[in-house]
Design a protein around this ligand. Structure first.
Ligand SMILES: O=c1ccn([C@@H]2O[C@H](COP(=O)(O)OP(=O)(O)O[C@H]3O[C@H](CO)[C@@H](O)[C@H](O)[C@H]3O)[C@@H](O)[C@H]2O)c(=O)[nH]1
Ligand SMILES: [Mn+2]
Length: 728
C-alpha cells in the first residue's frame, strides 16, 4: 500500500453501551405495556373493549416499527476523504465522468434553474475534457434547449472564472446572489464583468419565455432549433439529441478545453409509456455510452446545483481506493436544500434521515440510492451484475473515438437509442438499467444493486456537496411524501421485498433499514388510531391507560419520556434547532395521517388493477405571495384537498375532545377521575398544541393560504358524525 488509504472510516463504537442500554430498557418498557394491555383488557360487553383492542394493535405495530429503527442506530459510520492522495497517485489516470441531469417540465422546473445546475457541474475541479454533461428533457422544450445553448456560451467565461477564484457555489445565480466578498474586493472588475454576462443571459432567457417563442434571429444561430415544429408537444415528438461544445477544439476564454454538453429529449408518443425518470435515465445511459462512456456517472435532479467543487474527487476517493474501492457500486451524497426556512417549516431538510438514518445504513452495507446527488459505477447501473471479489474492475471504459466532423453523424446515430421502441424485447427496465414500474426507481434500483453483493457509501463532506429546492407548500410536501411512501410500499409488496429478497443477499441490518422506509405507508393506520381513539374515549370518559397512581403507569411514562428525550437528543446533537424539531414532529404527524394513508389506499387500488402509478413532479417555483408566506413560516393551505380535510378533521376532533373531556371531568365526574384519564389528556393536549397552525388557518387567517371554509365545514361535519358513533 502506498502512503495510506484514500479515505478513512470513523465508527462511533463508543456509543455502543448507550445503544444497548437504551434498546434494552425500551424493550422492557414495551413488554410491560403489552403485559398491561393483556391483563387489563375490558371484559366482553364492557365499554371500551374494542377501543382497547384497536389501540393495543397500534401499539404492537409501533413496537415492531421501533425495533426496525434500531438498525440505523446500531453502527453509524462517518467518512473522510484524502483528496491530495488521490491527486498524487492518480491525477493522470482519472476516469471520465458523465453527469446526468433530468428535467421534465419547463413551467414547474424553469430552464433558468436547470442551466444553473448545468453550469455548476461544468465548473467542477476536474479535467474538463473528462467531463460530459447530459441533460434529459422530458418536457421536450425548445426553451430548455435554448437556455442550455446560452449556458454553454456563458460557460466559456464562467468556468475559468470559477477556477481562477475557487468560486463556490458554482451555480452563478446562487454565487452572485450571495456575492462573495473576497472575489469582489480583489477582482472587482472581473467579478462585475462575469456578473453582467450572467444577468444579460438571464434577461434574454426571460424575454424568450415571456414572449412564448424563440425569435427567428436566435433560431438562425443554431440548426438544432429546426427539430421543433409547431406540432411538437412534450408528449409527442421524435427523439432530439443535440450536442454542444462537442467540438474537441472548443475552448473557454482562457484557452482550456470545455466539458461537453448534450441535450437529449427522448422520443415521446402518446401510445408509449415513458416510465418517468427511470426511462429518462436509461436513455441517457445508452446515449452517453455512445459519446463519452464515462465509467462513473453522477445523477442529479435539475434543481440540485453543485456547491462543492471537490465532490467528484471525493467520490473517486472511494471508487479508486486500492483496498476496498472495487466493492462500491455507488457513492450517495446528502441532498441539501437552499430554500429552507429558518426552522424548516415543512421539514424539507429531512434532518433525521440525512443525519441519523443514512450514516446508520452506511454501517450496514451502504445507504439507499436517493435518485440525486449520487455517483454510480456505470457497469453496476447498466448490468447490475453480481459483485465478484476476484474481478476487481478497473475504472476504465472504452472511450468511443469521436471526431469533430462526426457531430451530426453522432447525433443521428444516437437517436435510435432514444426512441420509444428501442427497449422493446430487451431487458431494459428489468435487469438492465434503472428499474421500471416503481415511483421510487432510485430506491428499488439501488436495492437490487446491493442485493448483488455491492456496497454503497454515504459521504457527508464538510461543505455541502449539492443544494436543491425543497417543497415550499404543505400540499407539495405531502404529495411528494405520498409518492415516496407509495413507491416504497410497492417495493415491499414486490419480488424485491427487503425482508424476503434481501435475506442472504444483504445484512439483516440493511434489510431492516429498507423495511423501515418500505413500511412508511402502513404507519398511517396505527397513527390515525392513536390520534382519534384515545381522544374520543376521553370525551366519553372511557379510560384506555393506567392511572397515574398505578404501577403500570411507569412503563408508559418511561417509554414516552425516553422516546422524546432520545429523539430530541439525536436532533440537537446533529445540529438541529428545537423549533425545527417541533416542526418536524408536526410534519411527521401530517405525513402519517395523509400522505401515507393515500399511498396505502392507492397501492391497494393499484394491486387491484384499478389505478396506475404516476409521478407528480414537485414544482420548483411558486408565486410570490406564497413564497413570501413560506419565508415567514406561515403554513400554506389555500386550496381544497382531501389531505387538508383529514388534517382539519383530526385537529378539530382533538380540540373538541379536549374541551369536552375537560368539561366532563370538572363538571360531571369530578376531578378525581382525572388520574385514569391523565395520559389521554396529555395525548390530546399535545395534538392540539401541534395543530395550532390549523386552528389559526381555519379561524383566524384571511390571507390566500388559509384553510378554505368548505374544508373546515366538512371537517366539522365529520367530527359531528364521529361524536354520535357509540364507543364500544
Ligand atoms: O417523467 C419524469 C418525471 C420526473 N423527472 C425528473 O425527476 C427528478 C425528480 O423529480 P421531482 O419532482 O423533483 O421529485 P423529488 O421528489 O424532489 O425527487 C426525489 O424522488 C424521486 C423519486 O420519487 C427521485 O427520482 C429524485 O431523484 C429524488 O430527488 C426531476 O429532476 C424531474 O425533472 C423526469 O425526468 N421525468
Ligand atoms: Mn426534487
Amino acid at each position: 500500500m502506498e502512503e495510506g488509504r484514500l479515505f478513512e472510516v470513523k465508527r462511533l463504537g463508543k456509543g455502543r453501551a448507550w445503544f444497548w442500554s437504551h434498546a434494552c430498557s425500551v424493550l422492557l418498557g414495551l413488554a410491560l405495556i403489552w403485559a398491561y394491555r393483556f391483563s387489563h383488557m375490558p371484559e366482553v360487553g364492557e365499554k371500551g373493549r374494542s377501543a382497547w383492542i384497536v389501540v393495543f394493535c397500534a401499539e404492537i405495530w409501533f413496537s415492531f416499527y421501533w425495533f426496525l429503527t434500531l438498525s440505523v442506530r446500531f453502527n453509524p459510520v462517518h467518512r473522510h476523504t484524502f483528496n491530495a492522495r488521490l491527486s498524487d497517485r492518480f491525477e493522470d489516470k482519472l476516469p471520465s465522468i458523465d453527469v446526468f441531469i433530468c428535467t421534465a417540465d419547463p413551467t414547474l422546473e424553469p430552464p433558468k434553474i436547470v442551466i444553473n445546475t448545468v453550469l455548476s457541474v461544468m465548473a467542477y475541479d476536474y479535467p474538463p475534457e473528462k467531463l460530459s454533461v447530459y441533460v434529459s428533457d422530458d418536457g421536450g422544450s425548445i426553451f430548455t434547449f435554448y437556455a442550455l445553448l446560452e449556458a454553454s456560451r456563458f460557460a466559456k467565461s464562467w468556468i475559468p472564472f470559477c477556477k481562477k477564484f475557487n468560486v463556490q457555489p458554482m451555480s452563478p445565480a446562487h454565487f452572485f446572489s450571495k456575492s462573495s466578498a473576497t472575489v469582489q474586493n480583489s477582482n472587482l472588475s472581473e467579478w462585475t464583468a462575469v456578473k453582467k454576462l450572467y444577468e444579460d443571459m438571464e434577461l434574454r432567457i426571460d424575454a424568450a419565455m415571456k414572449r412564448g417563442n424563440i425569435s427567428n434571429e436566435i433560431k438562425a444561430g443554431h440548426d438544432g432549433f429546426s427539430e421543433w415544429s409547431p406540432k411538437t408537444t412534450s408528449k409527442d415528438h421524435q427523439p432530439i439529441i443535440l450536442i454542444d461544445g462537442r467540438d474537441e477544439n472548443a475552448r473557454d476564454s482562457e484557452g482550456f478545453a470545455m466539458p461537453k454538453v448534450v441535450y437529449v429529449a427522448r422520443e415521446k408518443r402518446p401510445k408509449y409509456h415513458h416510465n418517468f425518470k427511470a426511462g429518462a435515465l436509461n436513455s441517457l445511459l445508452r446515449v452517453s455510452g455512445q459519446m463519452s462512456n464515462g465509467p462513473i456517472i453522477l445523477t442529479i435532479d435539475c434543481d440540485m446545483y453543485a456547491n462543492n467543487a471537490g465532490s467528484i474527487r471525493d467520490a473517486l476517493c472511494f471508487f479508486m481506493d486500492e483496498e476496498s474501492g472495487h466493492e462500491y457500486a455507488f457513492v450517495q451524497f446528502p441532498q441539501s436544500f437552499s430554500n429552507l426556512t429558518k426552522h424548516d417549516l415543512y421539514s424539507g431538510s429531512m434532518h433525521s434521515i440525512t443525519k441519523v438514518d443514512f450514516p446508520g445504513l452506511d454501517g450496514q452495507g451502504g445507504p439507499i440510492y436517493t435518485g440525486s446527488c449520487c455517483f454510480h459505477r456505470r457497469e453496476c447501473l447498466i448490468n447490475r451484475r453480481e459483485y465478484n471479489i476476484l474481478s476487481k474492475i478497473e475504472l476504465k471504459c472504452e472511450r468511443p473515438e469521436i471526431h469533430e466532423a462526426s457531430i451530426s453523424t453522432l447525433e443521428e446515430r444516437s437517436k435510435h437509442l432514444a426512441t420509444c421502441t428501442y427497449e422493446n424485447n430487451t431487458q431494459w427496465g428489468k435487469d438492465v438499467g434503472l428499474m421500471y414500474g416503481c415511483p421510487v426507481e432510485d430506491v428499488i434500483t439501488g436495492f437490487s444493486i446491493q442485493c448483488r453483493g455491492w456496497k454503497s457509501v454515504y459521504f457527508c463532506p464538510k461543505r455541502e456537496a449539492f443544494f436543491g429546492l425543497a417543497p415550499t407548500t404543505l400540499s407539495q410536501a405531502l404529495v411528494q411524501h405520498k409518492r415516496w411512501s407509495e413507491g416504497d410500499l410497492q417495493i415491499f409488496l414486490s419480488k424485491y421485498c427487503p425482508l424476503i429478497y434481501g435475506s442472504r443477499r444483504t445484512k439483516l441490518g440493511l434489510q431492516m433499514g429498507y423495511t423501515m422506509y418500505c413500511l412508511w405507508a402502513v404507519n398511517s393506520i396505527p397513527t390515525l388510531i392513536y390520534v382519534a381513539i384515545p381522544s374520543i374515549c376521553l370525551l366519553n370518559g372511557i379510560s384506555l391507560f393506567p392511572s397515574v397512581f398505578s404501577f403500570w403507569f411507569i412503563p408508559f411514562a418511561f417509554v414516552i419520556a425516553i422516546s422524546i428525550v432520545a429523539n430530541l437528543w439525536e436532533w440537537i446533537g446533529s445540529g438541529g434547532t428545537l423549533m425545527a424539531w417541533w416542526n418536524d414532529k408536526r410534519m411527521w404527524l401530517y405525513k402519517r395521517t395523509t400522505s401515507y394513508l393515500f399511498a396505502l389506499v392507492d397501492t391497494i387500488l393499484m394491486l387491484l388493477g384499478i389505478t396506475d402509478s404516476s409521478f407528480v413532479i414537485t414544482p420548483k417555483v411558486v408565486d410570490e405571495e406564497i413564497s413570501k408566506r413560506h419565508e415567514q413560516e406561515i403554513m400554506e393551505f389555500g386550496m381544497t384537498s382531501p389531505l387538508f380535510t383529514i388534517l382539519s378533521t383530526v385537529a378539530i376532533l382533538n380540540l373538541s375532545c379536549l374541551v369536552g373531556g375537560a368539561i366532563k371531568v370538572i363538571v360531571v365526574e369530578g376531578i378525581g377521575s382525572l388520574d385514569t384519564l391523565f395520559l389521554q389528556f396529555l395525548l390530546c393536549a399535545a395534538l392540539v398544541l401541534i395543530n395550532l397552525p390549523i386552528y389559526q388557518a381555519s379561524f383566524f387567517r384571511n390571507d390566500g393560504g388559509r384553510i378554505l371554509t368548505n374544508t373546515t365545514l366538512s371537517a366539522l361535519a365529520i367530527v359531528m358524525v364521529a361524536y354520535f358513533i357509540p364507543v364500544f
